[in-house]
Design a protein. Structure first.
Length: 183
């Protein structure tokens, strides 16, 4: 099945969550590993998505799962359901993404979230969950996302504990935020 580019991007962004939920749906004992991420997602306003995911883990595969979900949540749920039926459709949770390519999008999301854009705040919350699940520099970036939204721009403070590639990503995000502020 060919997916539109936007859907592929959503699937790749949420690849870790999608794959973890598929594992939990196929093995009830594994669901305890997914629970912390679901709790965080729920705290970040993704209640409808978390509700649908819990239903999937408990065996529901109905079309009713899509009710009250926005487009992004529907793509995530469809990807999970497709992955349960055919694991070859799952996005690769280990796919390398170019951090420099992510900086402009992250900066735009941070800027929008800082201005009170509810959708951007929700997207930031979702991204934080995904980054935390990935570990390493992504988990560290997850930890500073709120600080960036709140206006923190001290490179040394933001990059504490990061590798050189993590520092590079943070610096690229800050550069992009500065470009946004100049216009």
């Amino acid at each position: 099945m060919a997916y539109p580019p936007k859907h592929l991007q959503i699937m790749q962004t949420h690849a870790v969550l999608i794959c973890e939920v598929v594992k939990a749906a196929q093995n009830k004992d594994y669901s305890q590993h997914v629970e912390p991420a679901l709790q965080m997602a729920e705290k970040n306003g993704w209640k409808a998505l978390v509700s649908a995911i819990k239903k999937i883990i408990n065996g529901d595969r109905s079309d009713d799962l899509m009710n009250s979900l926005d487009e992004e949540d529907q793509v995530i749920i469809k990807s999970i359901l497709s992955g349960i039926q055919n694991p070859s459709t799952l996005p690769d949770p280990n796919a390398a993404q170019d951090p420099a390519a992510a900086a402009p999008g992250l900066a735009a999301m941070i800027k929008a979230a800082a201005s009170g854009d509810v959708q951007a705040l929700q997207a930031a919350g979702s991204m934080a969950i995904q980054m935390q699940s990935a570990g390493g520099d992504m988990a560290n970036l997850s930890a500073i996302l709120k600080s960036l939204i709140d206006g923190e721009r001290n490179v040394d403070k933001l990059c504490r504990g990061m590798s050189s590639s993590g520092e590079s990503l943070v610096k690229n995000i800050l550069d992009e935020l500065n470009k946004v502020n100049l216009h």
